[in-house]
Design a protein around this ligand. Sequence first.
Ligand code: BGC
Length: 367
Amino acid sequence: MKSFILMSVVLGAAGMLAGCASVKTADFDDIKCYTLKNKAGTTIKITNYGATVTSIVTADRTGTMADIALGYNDVSGYMNAVDKPYFGAIVGRYGNRIAKGKFSIDGEEYELATNNGENHLHGGVIGFDKVVWDAEIVEKNAVKFSYLAKDGEEGYPGNLQMAVTYTLTEENELRIDYLATTDKKTPVNLTNHTYFNLKGEGEGTILDHELMINASGMTPVDSGLIPTGKIAPVKGTPFDFTTAKAIGRDIATKNQQLKNGLGYDHNWVLNKGGKAGQMTLAATVYEPTSGRFMEVFTEEPGIQFYCGNFLGGNLKGKAGKTYVHRGGFCLETQHYPDSPNQPAFPSTILVPDDEYKTSTMYKFSIK
Ligand code: BGC
């Protein structure tokens, strides 16, 4: 068994190596960590294991820096994650769930790995979060990760060639550009699975964060979190985030959908989403004590808001602090769950000669 220290690569303005967590691994010798840093001092670390964002350090309103992304110090944390939180990773080939791991294209049925009860979640047993991507520095503060998912991997048809480029701008935006092509028709739904806590990772729950989701509808789910196929209006329900409110405000309300999700773990249908080539505002989050504010822009038609219901207090974060129940939230820009089995939902089938091309941006500021 060999183990070694993760090689760090610093991009951007910084002269100093920002000390990418030392990562020891017995299995891979090509895992690297890239540090993006802009003039404001925002520092983002990304590893090619799962094309995973491992750290996002931003200033609060007093100028104090904190890491607002949940994660591990060591790549073995990502590899062995028992409770499978998918911290910071690119998930796919199909982010979110596919009912019973089955779908058909042109009359041919495909069977995927089932890894979430009877359903398929986030690409299966070895999804894109658990593979080593090739990495290439493409410009100042931009790193491109590429991966070829082979025909048949986790049951999916087609060789899928992907590129995911992370860029940190001087406007304090983390931009994620996704690109993929295939040689057979296949479902594709990529997203990033960063958990945020705008107070800082390990600093308690996110229930007091104020969330706005630019969506008047959501896709109701059954108890296995599979959409029923309907789009339900959020008005008058705990799912109405059209005006910013604390995440915890209505979370304890008696509501069958909240029961099914064990809290918020649902897909919202974005009012302005789904425009190819045009990112629109999907969500904002404000944390009152630190003043940190985050905006999410996307071309995707939906967003999964997941409030860390499965974080259970048994996991210690990068600074050694426990990640409590609801100690982080994800805003996963995406197509709706189980779209391959839902003809009324926007299609997720990529065809040869076409391109999967979509962008999402997280913008950090203070108020
Ligand atoms: C899903 C949750 C799941 C979490 C971690 C989220 O995207 O919606 O149900 O527990 O990922 O796997």
